[in-house]
Write a protein that binds this ligand. Structure first.
Ligand code: IPE
Ligand code: IPE
Ligand code: MG
Length: 254
């Protein structure tokens, strides 16, 4: 029996964000090069994107490369860029077949030209799809994003486009790279690390966090179902009391 049968299809998280971690250790534990782990990690990406689309998840954000990851040894960074470009090229047809729209967040200008070209082309080729929106965070970090937003806001205020005292939460959101997407409701991190690593700091304010020891290359469809089932068992209170959220089940709240 698959865990999929235990998922309430009416209570799916609208947006799932995943920190895909543990590729390097997964490979090293097998006596292999870290890049081998990244190649295996692509298989997990395929599985998770496919199962998210099948389930009817609307938004999936995958943290693929952080601003800080540029500091890794050059061969690993180069290997990752080549893997990324090749994977995207190979997957465009499947994305279209599954009605998946690809979007990117991050400082794409930092990527080598061949990689950004492939990625931007894939975004263009999938832009009219209406199913799952797959958002890849690349050369992304939250502090980079917030700094960019603040600079942009300051420019617009100086140029009279914005009135300084009238900047609301809605206005601020329009300056973030995620302005078109709802906030993630479920954030998953694999590989047993309990941190956010500069990922969507603003947008994760009320996300349910799920951590698993499973390394990313071992993370398959059943693991995703397990995370969603766990999400569905939680009570999201958004600052209210349990009684306010669910008047008759206050004593069950945890
Ligand atoms: C995540 O796996 C993928 C990227 C950051 C690109 P890691 O490469 O961080 O794997 P570990 O954490 O070193 O095992
Ligand atoms: C976070 O993983 C970034 C990605 C998964 C792309 P890292 O492995 O780079 O994070 P730290 O260094 O353990 O915090
Ligand atoms: Mg890591």
């Amino acid at each position: 029996m698959s865990l999929i049968d235990n998922i309430d299809k009416k209570q799916l998280p609208l947006h799932i964000a995943i920190i895909m971690d543990g590729n390097g250790r997964w490979a090293q534990e097998k006596g292999e090069d870290r890049l081998f782990g990244h190649y295996q990690g692509v298989e997990s990406v395929r599985n998770i994107v496919e199962s998210s689309a099948e389930l009817g998840i609307r938004y999936l954000t995958l943290y693929a490369f952080s601003t800080e990851n540029w500091s890794r040894p050059e061969p690993e960074v180069n290997g990752l860029m080549i893997l990324l470009a090749n994977t995207i090229r190979q997957e465009v047809d499947t994305l279209n077949k599954n009605n998946i729209r690809l979007r990117l967040i991050g400082n794409i200008k930092m990527l080598p030209e061949y990689a950004s070209r492939e990625l931007l082309e894939a975004v263009e080729l999938t832009h009219s799809n209406t199913g799952l929106t797959l958002i890849i965070a690349l050369s992304y970090s939250s502090r980079w994003e917030l700094l960019k937003a603040v600079n942009h806001i300051a420019d617009d205020a100086k140029n009279g486009v914005l009135v300084p005292g009238a900047i609301t939460e809605e206005v601020l959101r329009t300056y973030l790279t995620t302005s078109e997407f709802p906030d993630p409701e479920l954030m998953i991190r694999t590989s047993g690390e309990y941190r956010i690593s500069n990922f969507l700091l603003y947008q994760l304010a009320y996300a349910e966090l799920y951590f698993t020891d499973t390394r990313w290359p071992d993370f398959g469809k059943e693991h995703l179902y397990e995370a969603i089932i766990n999400f569905q068992q939680r009570q999201r209170r958004f600052g209210k009391t349990a009684e306010q959220v669910m008047p008759n089940t206050a004593s069950d709240a945890h």
